[in-house]
Design a protein around this ligand. Structure first.
Ligand code: ASP
Length: 346
């Protein structure tokens, strides 16, 4: 009798709870309470919550971490709040040049693109490079031609234009005594009043790391880079091992910040190596490597700044930053969403 009862209990018992985790960033920088109006702060918090909803829904129905990473980043690329896709910062020549990368922790497959000007969703171009080419990184015209050959959506470059980023460019060029280029073709006419987003530092790069219920980790990052960049400058976001990394059983990382320092420190791979070989926790590794970024200087004696989001092989998340803020959010199966902006939020 007991045996029968046990048997039928087993037969009808639900499958073991699916475990998945998701962590998202929307860029780090000089994000201070005094600089954010309640309306703008609410917009960012809502956008981060949307990112959790989108990624969480995919992971919760057993979808792959790669699909979750791509879907969340596509949505953020379409959101003018973020420095990725629509809303990207401008180069000194007044163009939007977009970089992205994605990595599959199952086999360390990776794809990256840099300097796109027409592909609506750079993260999908990066995924296509990973899945449908023999290469890891494509740049400029060639990358765009490849994206076109994969039937990815193309837009007129003016699609990426936002007044906020244009005014940021003008401020940046004026401060550096550089000429201000004409407004891009097809951009809306200049408004009469200055735009009211009071940020004077570029931020808003987006990144996602996910662990799915099959145990697979994926990570992706997408950005317009840094305001007023010149000479084909490329930052860390499309560099595997700097801005993005994923390795099943070990870690997933996406970074944001002054890319030059993240490339030099090899941030994403270094965090994973610490976790793999020194058995540091995600938090210990993230803190140590962000401290290294902050201790690294360039020829102008500027130190690196920015932040990272990290998942370990079991989906425990960590984040770290040395900036006053980073838009960030996390969610795990059955857990409560966490959305934070300022560095001192707990
Ligand atoms: N890391 C990006 C870059 O250097 C910018 C950012 O994250 O804000 O291109």
């Amino acid at each position: 009798m007991l045996a029968t009862a046990l048997l039928s209990a087993c037969a009808t018992a639900p499958p073991p709870a699916t475990r998945w985790s998701l962590v998202v960033h929307g860029g780090a920088g000089v994000i201070e309470r005094a600089n954010l109006t309640p309306e703008v702060e609410a917009q960012y918090r809502a956008a981060m919550q949307r990112a959790l909803n989108t990624g969480g829904a995919i992971l919760d129905r057993g979808g792959s971490s790669l699909d979750a990473v791509e879907a969340v980043i596509r949505e953020m690329e379409d959101d003018p709040l973020f420095n990725a896709g629509r809303g990207a910062v401008f180069t000194a020549e007044g163009r939007n040049e977009l970089d992205a990368s994605i990595m599959d922790g199952r086999n360390r497959g990776a794809g990256a693109v840099a300097g796109l000007t027409r592909t609506r969703h750079p993260i999908s171009a990066a995924r296509a490079v990973m899945e449908r080419s023999r290469h890891v990184m494509l740049i400029g015209e060639g990358a765009e031609a490849f994206a076109r050959s994969q039937n990815l959506e193309e837009v007129d470059p003016s699609y990426f234009f936002t007044e906020r980023r244009w005014q940021q460019l003008e401020q940046n060029l004026r401060a550096n005594n550089l000429p201000i280029p004409p407004r891009p073709a097809n951009a809306p006419p200049a408004p009469r009043a200055e735009f009211t987003y009071p940020d004077d530092h570029q931020f808003g790069t987006v990144g996602v790391v996910a662990l799915d219920s099959h145990g697979n980790i994926a990570a992706g990052t997408s950005t317009g880079g840094t305001t007023g960049k010149r000479w084909g400058r490329v930052g860390d976001a499309p560099i595997i091992g700097a801005g993005t990394y994923a390795q099943n059983g070990v870690c997933g990382v996406s970074a944001t910040g002054t890319g030059e320092f993240f490339i030099r420190v090899g941030v994403a791979r270094d965090i994973c190596a610490r976790m793999q070989f020194r058995h540091e926790s995600a938090q210990q590794a993230a803190d140590a490597v962000i401290a290294e970024v902050g201790a690294t200087t360039n020829a102008s004696n500027e130190a690196g700044d920015g932040g990272v989001i990290v998942l370990d092989g079991r989906g425990r998340f960590a984040w770290a930053m040395n900036t006053p803020g980073m838009y960030r959010a996390s969610l795990s199966a059955g857990g409560e969403p966490v959305v934070q902006i300022f560095a001192d939020e707990e």
